[in-house]
Write a protein that binds this ligand. Structure first.
Ligand code: MLT
Length: 529
């Protein structure tokens, strides 16, 4: 199959070479598209590669009738409507790490340029002035740096600032004390960081929660004379509040690589204040970072389109290549388990509980749950369900999904169990893999069984009494339907029996009806994999 890819910005020559070398990829580079133009252009493309200027809005994503993947050549995905992408099953991936060093180094450049008045001193000299006293600076050594957001970039900034003799403290709600300790960093609450820091640098993603986080109220809590650096996203700072604080001197200086509006209105006061250093979103713009970002995103998007790897997907719980390889048979097993639950349910499923146990799968309940939901929802006629939108589709259908423990009664290694509920009933089924990759259903409501979930299977609940097997054999045999395997689980001799009867060809509905009328049978269903 040929995949069509739309690239909305320049990629490095090495990345373009990769696209040229792939016979399965047919790409177009169209730059400077507004969201409306992008929405017009996107139908028919399977992949979209953007940097920060193109915006993949909900309308663009809705217009992408064949869109499967959006690759962001960079880190921030705030120019992509993630929610819309997830709802429509479109994978969004970025390239974390590829421009980390570039951004950390630019943060240092901003910090030093601000402390030593570099840009304004250069401008003054160029204007024919020699103003040595006017542009006296401050040192970093011995000062306290507060880092907000300790991801890849924040950690590198911390390391570099310690080398300058700074005391580094950090605030990051997702960082544990242990992890901070390992990195020799002091983790503090936000208020303490604001009160203690001589310099504050932002390294947080822009989300609805972090937008405007540096506002009037927060700035008021900062130490007088604080200096602020932002090489993350302009939207993190309320710019009007920052301008006020710079004018009053409460904030002594700011060094900004990013602004709320980019390109900015050129009358934005931040562009004209002597105590502000500002660069046009350059942090990731190095030869090295741009080469790496381009190569990574092209490789990732190609792999995702081929379905071989989904690394750095931000809206998909599937893990990267080598783990995926080990996990894939379990994901496939989970899908079949979900499918079996749907096919056996006696009414619309309203609740799904999933439990996983085993050395290989213990850490992967999330992707396993998504795979199970995919199998469970796939027969829904409303459109395709995939690893990205399965949780959303479940939610819109009012299905409550939870993860739990202790659902199964069997003791196989690496077991995936699932209990579903519908109005007036519930069923628990457990599954595992034999010999690493052979799927097996091993338990249904406490009845042990050993069934390969493939092909066509008749599932019957009956009384365990003589004559049943013979009668079923005759009914199917008369219609030329061969029984491949017959597996039974029973609670005890003469009690309730559960049979999984695999057949080599389809069983017509009228035969199912005849089977259901047999005296032994309580219930019989046909399932297909
Ligand atoms: C990023 O998010 O990767 C950087 O801000 C650079 C960019 O926007 O391209």
């Amino acid at each position: 199959m040929t995949f069509r890819l739309l690239v909305t910005d320049d990629l490095s020559p090495e990345a373009v070479d990769l696209l040229d070398a792939d016979d399965d990829i047919d790409y177009d580079v169209v730059k400077g598209l507004s969201p409306e133009q992008l929405a017009e252009r996107i139908p028919g493309y399977h992949g979209l590669v953007v940097r920060s200027s193109a915006r993949a809005t909900a309308e663009v994503i809705a217009a992408g009738d064949t869109l499967e993947v959006i690759g962001r050549a960079g880190v921030g995905v705030d120019n992509i409507d993630l929610r819309a992408a997830s709802e429509r099953g479109v994978i969004v991936m970025n390239t974390p790490g590829a421009n980390t060093v570039a951004t950390a180094e630019h943060t240092m450049a901003l910090l030093l340029a601000m402390c030593r008045n570099v840009p304004i001193a250069v401008a003054s000299l160029r204007a024919g002035k020699w103003e040595r006293k006017k542009y006296k600076g401050v040192e970093l050594r011995g000062k306290t740096l507060g880092i907000i957001g300790l991801g890849r970039i924040g950690r590198r900034v911390a390391r570099r600032c310690r080398a300058f003799g700074m005391e580094v403290i950090c605030f990051d709600p997702y960082l544990s004390d242990d992890r901070a300790h390992e990195m020799h960093l002091e983790r503090v609450v936000l208020d303490e960081l604001l009160q203690r820091s001589d310099f504050i640098t932002l390294h947080a993603a822009l989300t609805p929660k972090t937008r405007g986080m540096i506002n009037r109220h927060v700035i008021a809590k900062m130490k007088p004379g604080v200096r602020i650096v932002n090489a993350a996203r302009g939207g993190l700072i309320d710019e009007a509040a920052l301008v006020e604080a710079l004018e009053s001197g409460h904030v002594a200086g700011a060094a900004l690589d990013v602004l709320t509006k980019e390109p900015p209105d050129f009358d934005n006061p931040l562009l004209h204040m002597d105590n502000v250093v500002v660069t046009p979103h350059l942090a990731a713009s190095t030869d090295e970072a741009q080469r790496e970002v381009g190569i990574q995103i092209v490789k990732q998007v190609i792999d995702a389109l081929h379905g071989v790897d989904f690394r750095n997907a931000v809206n998909m719980p599937v893990v990267d290549g080598h783990v995926l390889k080990e996990l894939r048979p379990f994901l496939s097993m989970a899908e079949r388990l979900g499918s079996l639950q749907t096919q056996l349910a006696e009414d619309a499923i309203t609740k799904v509980e999933v439990a996983v146990e085993g050395e290989v799968i213990d850490d992967y309940i999330k992707p396993i749950t998504v795979a199970l939901l995919k199998g469970l929802l796939e027969p829904v006629p409303t459109g395709s369900v995939n690893y990205v939108n399965a949780p959303h589709v479940a939610m819109t259908r009012g299905i409550v999904v939870s993860q739990t423990t202790g659902l199964h009664t069997t003791d196989y290694p690496n077991i995936i169990s699932c209990r579903v509920e519908w109005s007036g009933g519930k069923r628990t089924i457990a599954s595992t893999l034999f010999s690493h990759d052979e799927p097996r259903i091993v338990d249904v409501d406490g009845l042990r069984i050993d069934v390969i979930p493939e092909g066509t299977i008749l599932v019957s609940w009956s009384r365990d009494e003589p004559g049943f097997i013979g009668k079923v054999g005759t009914l199917l045999g008369d219609r030329g339907i061969n029984i491949a395997t017959w597996r039974t689980g029973r609670s005890g001799k003469g009690e309730k029996a559960l049979s999984f009867i695999s057949v080599d060809s389809d069983v017509p509905d009228e035969i199912i009806t005849k089977l259901a009328e047999l005296a032994w049978v309580e219930r019989i269903s046909k399932v297909r994999f």
